[in-house]
Design a protein around this ligand. Structure first.
Ligand code: C2E
Ligand code: MG
Ligand code: MG
Ligand code: MG
Length: 297
């Protein structure tokens, strides 16, 4: 309080102004959010939304990525870019990660009941990757919901995978052994080597959005994407491009041989019932249902 007063005096002369210096406000918000996040799970404020992945030509759906959302009673929809790091820092990511796995499997089962076979990709955090019993937890959810494990893909960010490269190799081996697919997310932002990629039991690389964004304006970005596609295919991996926003990007990615595409051009992440409509194809949702999706294949 003293330093706040001091800053107020400095800024406003002798007038009294009670304000929180920037850092204090930030810290206070983090503490508030972590307190709320503890309750969010019990209160059912967390949701999984789903963003379609489509084939390289953009014509058929190949699956969907589950993306966590927090419907905060006061703040509205909070981004996972905000609450996942908080969950990691305050020891909540274990419970949150479990919930995501359970919820995604529940959804896959529900869609199967509706005659829809949607392949779902689940993001894993660094903490989950280090859980000794991660594989048992995944297997447990698969058994409980009677799901074909090949319907599930687990995405691990390249930089996270490389934090403990040998540990990741072992975990990937064990996950692969139970039949789920594995994907390296945000590829190009970490530092994995060719020999490492060859040893890793991943079936897929997801090219980071940054390269996709610059695709039309930067010859370098284009060269990088081209090289990643060649490399991945040489190693027997599929390539997914994330963050596809324009038809121009789609066309370049398709021409370069990208296997799957994902991005706002096709659809935004959406609630499960809209995802189901999208996946059904017929009764293809109208532009009104998907106000923000510019392109329907
Ligand atoms: P990510 O796994 O790389 O997910 C892709 C992010 O890009 C999502 O952001 C998605 O909404 C966004 N995106 C998709 N298409 C486009 C596009 O065309 N343009 C732009 N600008 N963005 C696009 P979101 O949902 O905010 O998630 C951010 C990150 O939070 C994810 O990045 C992932 O690392 C993490 N995350 C989300 N859900 C979970 C979860 O359930 N568990 C864990 N551990 N992490 C999660
Ligand atoms: Mg992802
Ligand atoms: Mg990604
Ligand atoms: Mg990303």
């Amino acid at each position: 309080a003293d330093s706040a007063m001091y800053a107020a005096k400095r800024a406003g002369g002798s007038s009294f102004a009670f304000f929180e210096p920037h850092m204090d406000a930030h810290v206070r918000e983090q503490v508030e959010l972590q307190r709320d996040l503890r309750l969010a799970l019990e209160r059912g404020e967390l949701e999984l939304h789903y963003q379609p992945k489509v084939s390289g030509d953009g014509r058929t759906i190949t699956g969907a990525e589950a993306l966590a959302r927090w419907r905060h009673p006061q703040r509205g929809l909070v981004s996972p870019a905000v609450f996942i790091p908080i969950a990691e820092r305050f020891g909540l990511i274990g419970a949150l990660g479990d919930w995501v796995i359970q919820q995604a499997c529940t959804q896959v089962r529900q869609w199967l009941g509706q005659g829809l076979r949607v392949r779902v990709a689940i993001n894993l955090s660094v903490h989950q990757l280090r859980q000794d019993d991660l594989v048992q937890r995944v297997q447990g959810a698969i058994d409980q919901h009677r799901i074909d494990p090949t319907l599930l893909t687990f995405e691990i960010t390249e930089s996270v995978a490389m934090e403990d490269a040998e540990g990741t190799l072992r975990t990937f081996e064990r996950l692969s052994a139970i039949g789920v697919h594995l994907s390296i997310d945000d590829f190009g932002t970490g530092y994995s080597s060719l020999s490492y990629l060859r040893r890793l039991q991943a079936g897929q690389l997801k090219i980071d959005r940054a390269f996709v964004r610059d695709l039309e304006s930067s010859a370098d970005a284009r060269a990088i994407v081209e090289a990643v596609v060649r490399l991945a295919h040489a190693l027997g991996l599929k390539v997914v491009a994330e963050g596809v926003e324009t038809a121009g990007q789609r066309d370049v990615l398709h021409a370069l041989g990208c296997d799957e595409l994902q991005g706002f051009l096709f659809a935004r992440p959406m609630q499960p019932h809209l995802m189901a409509l999208w996946a059904q194809g017929e009764g293809r949702p109208t532009a009104l249902d998907f106000r923000e999706s510019a392109y329907v294949p």
